[in-house]
Design a protein around this ligand. Structure first.
Ligand SMILES: Cc1cc2nc3c(=O)[nH]c(=O)nc-3n(C[C@H](O)[C@H](O)[C@H](O)COP(=O)(O)OP(=O)(O)OC[C@H]3O[C@@H](n4cnc5c(N)ncnc54)[C@H](O)[C@@H]3O)c2cc1C
Length: 263
């Protein structure tokens, strides 16, 4: 690990000030992704701004027709939250299937969004549920947040303070996990709101993506049968020892149906 300066601010305003004053600072949330990359010298930072002392970021609450989750809410808190289970049970299911108990006890939903790992679950949750990322200076719609492999729309010095989700009529989550890491080989979030449907896939490409043909079919008839015969092209899909592109393309169809059945 390379040397760095450590800060533990008590407010978002203080964190933003330190981050902006640093030459190459980064926020630390659960540390589940950041610390391993630093330990292996795959990343270095001039300053680590530890968000864990900022109490205002630890919350899960309903605000009108939105479920709002603070940047320090851990996966386990989301999985166990009575409010999340009532408002969007699929989101509780997603959080409950992230990694292992150690990862869920420290890792945060928002940290996962910021990291933008192509196999992470949370990006599919954000996009499938049409969420909004809230930062210290603006709101970013799910469809504008991810820009590619480990790339997001966040600007230098911008801190995510939370994420909000409109409450869908129905939503379902299905994940085909790598049994060793628990990361998704393919996972799908589906949601129905009024006459619209969303289908977001993670694990299959460099970044989370939506499947327009499935969304159109589910908007007319939100049932697994509506997805019969819809094939997804394997072009651009990931291939590795866990599954080649054709295998992943087939899994998208299978997991999308399972997600609808789970809703
Ligand atoms: C063994 C293992 C298994 C895992 N399995 C899964 C899995 O099955 N599914 C899955 O989705 N994930 C999995 N993860 C990742 C886990 O979900 C992490 O919680 C997540 O990737 C990062 O969240 P974190 O809070 O630990 O963020 P950190 O590691 O602290 O930060 C990650 C990145 O986001 C930035 N960041 C964090 N918070 C903010 C913020 N508020 N504002 C701006 N930038 C911020 C940091 O600067 C850093 O660049 C796994 C991790 C491990 C170690």
């Amino acid at each position: 690990m390379y040397a760095f300066n450590y800060h533990r601010p008590a407010s978002v305003a203080e964190a933003v000030k330190i981050l902006k004053a640093s030459s190459d600072g980064r926020c630390l949330a659960g540390g589940m992704s950041l610390i391993p990359t630093m330990k292996h010298r795959l990343s270095s930072s001039s300053d680590l701004i530890d968000l864990n002392g900022i109490k205002e970021l630890s919350y899960i609450r309903r605000e009108g027709d939105q479920l709002v989750i603070g940047a320090l809410a851990r996966h386990v808190e989301i999985a166990d939250s009575a409010e999340v289970k009532k408002s969007i049970p699929a989101l509780a299911a997603l959080a409950g299937g992230v990694g292992d108990p150690q990862v869920r006890n420290r890792g945060t939903f928002c940290g996962s969004l910021c990291f933008a790992d192509p196999a992470a679950d949370c990006p599919a949750g954000l996009v499938g549920l049409n969420g909004t990322v809230i930062t210290d200076k603006r709101r970013i719609a799910a469809d504008q947040f991810f820009e590619g492999l480990y790339e997001t729309a966040l600007e230098k010095g911008e801190i995510v303070t939370g994420v909000s989700f409109p409450i869908p009529e129905k939503a379902g989550w299905a994940k085909f996990a790598n049994l060793a890491s628990r990361y998704a080989i393919v996972a799908v979030m589906v949601a129905k709101t009024g006459g619209t449907a969303r289908v977001a896939v993670t694990g299959a490409k460099a970044s989370v993506f939506r499947v327009a043909e499935m969304e159109a079919a589910l908007a007319k008839n939100f049932s697994a049968a509506a997805l019969d015969g819809i094939k997804v092209s394997s072009a651009g899909m990931n291939g590795d020892l866990h599954g080649d592109p054709d295998y992943r393309a087939n899994l998208v169809s299978v997991m999308a149906k399972r997600a609808v059945q789970a809703s």
